[in-house]
Design a protein around this ligand. Structure first.
Ligand code: FAD
Length: 338
């Protein structure tokens, strides 16, 4: 177990924000996770992080930050007629798992390519993109219970996955240190191309029936064209959640905004893209101090260089206020603000 006192978290959050914690603990095995749990019990404040790609640090953290060792750890643990089971270390980059799977003829995660972050967090966040969600691959999540140090495991059903949600974000928040996730990949490659502009991207490359690698590369190209690379410009992907509103409110708004984009949830509810509203408020490409709204995707807030977490938070608050004043809709951050 590695321990570092007075640690600068700048390289542990994709916003690239400077913030110190009292102590960082890095666990590299189940036994070390148990020791880390012991340390957590002795400490007061603590924060569990993975790659910090869904995190906004607004100040120094007076407490313990715990994270799995960021390293590649993937092993095949089982196989059935149609699937292969990979057990992956919590600190493995999820995208490296996809690359490994495709290279070894295991399929089903191509559309999730290039989502930043680690395996452990994938099971917390139920990451998703282009019509795919990681919950459809997760078989089991292995963890250490912080309160007792016991080794536990949860099957998919127990995690109660739904859109970007799991029990790890709800009543299990801060209760477990995840050590590994077991995913089941498919032996047969069945491409899912009818989301976003995947087909258009493939057509441009003159590909009708892509291989898994070609589909992965197309998804990566689309994402690179649309989203800022955190290594170049700090960000945490989509900063806000898309709000769900009542049908009455939706019909009322549509009188003023006939082009209001929407996605029907059920008879009574519509989901509205927060990015569209932010854009309509004139924020796209604009800045407040050193924090800004990305010029290609208004849902993404960026660190334009040297921004503090408080500057990003001030921009977040201003954007929320403007959206509310114009549309009467509250939007909420998706990112963990600490
Ligand atoms: C450019 C960009 C694009 C993005 N695009 C997408 C996208 O398309 N789809 C999508 O779903 N998300 C997207 N995201 C968000 C982000 O990639 C995901 O939320 C990801 O799962 C975060 O992983 P992380 O390892 O960085 O976790 P962190 O942000 O560090 O943590 C996320 C949560 O998981 C918990 N956690 C992390 N590791 C552990 C562990 N070992 N044990 C227990 N709890 C843990 C943390 O406490 C926290 O609650 C994007 C982010 C960026 C920067």
């Amino acid at each position: 177990m590695r321990e570092i006192a007075n640690y600068n978290l700048r390289d542990n959050n994709t916003f690239g924000i400077e913030a110190f914690c009292d102590r960082l603990i890095v666990y590299d095995s189940v036994a070390e996770a148990q020791k880390a749990a012991e340390q957590i019990r002795a400490a007061g404040e603590f924060l569990i992080i993975g790659g910090g790609s869904n995190l906004l640090l607004t100040k120094d953290f007076a407490g313990l930050v715990v994270t799995p060792e960021p390293r590649f750890g993937v092993e095949q643990v089982d196989e059935d007629e149609t699937g292969i089971y990979l057990k992956c270390w919590a600190g493995t980059q999820f995208d490296d798992v996809i690359a490994y799977a495709i290279a070894h003829q295991m399929y089903g995660a191509e559309n999730l390519s290039l989502i930043p972050g680690e395996v452990g967090a994938s099971a917390v966040q139920n990451i998703g993109a282009y019509g795919a969600e990681v919950k459809d691959l997760i078989v089991k999540v292995e963890a250490v219970e912080i309160a007792t140090g016991n080794v536990v495991s949860f099957d998919n059903e127990a995690c109660e996955y739904s859109y970007r949600q799991s029990r790890f974000k709800q009543d299990w928040k801060n209760k477990y240190l995840i050590t590994a996730v077991i995913y089941r990949f498919h032996k047969e490659f069945i491409p899912h191309l009818d989301y976003g502009n995947i087909r258009a991207e493939l057509q441009q490359a003159h590909i009708d029936m892509p291989t898994a690698s070609e589909l992965r590369e197309a998804v990566i190209r689309i994402r690179q064209a649309k989203l800022p690379d955190p290594k170049v410009m700090g960000n945490a992907g989509s900063f806000f959640m898309n709000p769900i509103i009542d049908r009455d409110k939706f019909e009322f708004l549509r009188q003023d905004y006939p082009d209001l984009p929407h996605y029907t949830i059920d008879e009574q509810h519509e989901k509205i893209p927060a990015g569209w509203m932010i854009d309509r408020c004139g924020w796209k490409g604009k800045a407040l101090g050193r924090a800004g709204v990305h010029d290609k995707q208004a849902l993404v807030l960026v660190n334009r260089g040297g921004a503090t977490g408080m500057e990003v938070l001030a921009l977040c608050d201003q954007v929320r206020k403007d959206v509310f004043e114009r549309f009467g809709i509250h939007i909420y951050p998706e990112v963990n603000i600490v």
